[in-house]
Design a protein. Structure first.
Length: 319
């Protein structure tokens, strides 16, 4: 008889790594049955040497899952996360594979590149389909031959790197369109791992909402309100196009505008415009909140600055 699975812990980013690669999820839990399936597949893949390709929408927690795979693999090297969309088109070779002395103006000596930094560990490539085809070909060659030729070097350097890649698109379609290398897709094929969107993991919504509520309440030095039962139903019935990242924003907003010890549906600011999102419908269908409640909240010490920072961040994200 098989022993029951121990639940995976709450997955969050370490305090030393708070700069996001993109709009990413900051926590991941495994309460929903669909998440149990992901957990089982992670337990199967983590100790194996093969590469892993994580499929999932933006904000589902792909990097958190990749970090957990690295920890569970017990590889002694570092976990190195790279956003493929952020690589310089002119210097991507050097950034990924490193460069020899004199290959670039700058520091004397060679730079190991992201592959060198991840030697003995795991290299996480976020949105791998954003790599240009020429770089995909070099990447595949490095992975297959387990050695890297730095820019400007004459001899290759052995590397021991496990690749965990992530994508939010169908790579098969990208191959058919001539935008992704078929050989690289085949290299990643055996380690496919799908992370479902939050709307398909309803059992994870309430634990995540309570976690984010506690985190932001502690940071703002506010009491932690309860999530009303009809609020929970509203959270679980929403489609969550922004996934976990959107859930955090909604809970953060609700904490700031709820005037008492309970979060109600009218405090939920859904981007999809669901009923009760962020207030009640006023004239012209516009969303309104209780102005007196907002004024009482803003007068609390420190809250005005937090609201200003929140509004600035929302402006940048919509921007």
């Amino acid at each position: 008889m098989n022993a029951p699975h121990a639940p995976l812990p709450l997955l969050t980013f370490p305090d030393a790594d708070k700069s996001p690669l993109s709009i990413r999820a900051k926590a991941l839990v495994f309460f929903d049955p669909r998440s149990h399936e992901v957990r089982d597949e992670v337990e199967r893949l983590a100790p194996l040497p093969q590469p892993v390709l994580i499929h999932g929408e933006t904000g589902t927690g792909k990097e958190l899952l990749a970090r957990h795979i690295h920890r569970a693999s017990e590889r002694p090297g570092l976990f190195v996360a790279v956003s493929c969309s952020a690589l310089s088109r002119n210097y991507a070779d050097a950034e990924l594979f490193g460069y020899a002395p004199g290959a670039h103006n700058g520091p004397v000596g060679s730079r190991a590149g992201w592959f060198g930094s991840a030697n003995g560990g795991t290299l996480y490539l976020d949105e791998i389909a954003d790599l240009p085809l020429s770089l995909q070909q070099k990447l595949l060659r490095v992975l297959q031959e387990r050695e890297v030729l730095r820019v400007g070097a004459r001899e290759p350097v052995p590397v021991d790197v496990r690749l965990v890649a992530a994508t939010s698109i169908d790579l098969g379609q990208a191959v058919k369109a001539g935008k992704f290398l078929e050989g690289l897709q085949q290299y990643l094929h055996d380690g496919n791992l799908t992370l479902p969107p939050l709307r398909e993991r309803i059992g994870d919504i309430q634990p995540l909402a309570e976690y984010f509520l506690g985190v932001h309440a502690q940071r703002l030095e506010l009491s932690v309100p309860q999530i009303a039962s009809d609020t929970q139903r509203a959270l679980e019935s929403y489609s969550w196009p922004g996934n976990i990242r959107e859930l955090e924003n909604v809970i953060h907003f609700a904490l700031l505008v709820s005037p008492d010890e309970e979060i109600r549906p009218e405090h939920l600011n859904f981007s999809g415009g669901a009923a009760g999102s962020g207030g009640v419908a006023g004239p012209g269908g516009k969303t309104e909140v209780n102005e007196a409640a907002l004024e009482r909240l803003v007068r609390q010490p420190g809250v005005e600055a937090q609201l200003r920072a929140l509004l600035q961040r929302l402006e940048r994200e919509r921007g």
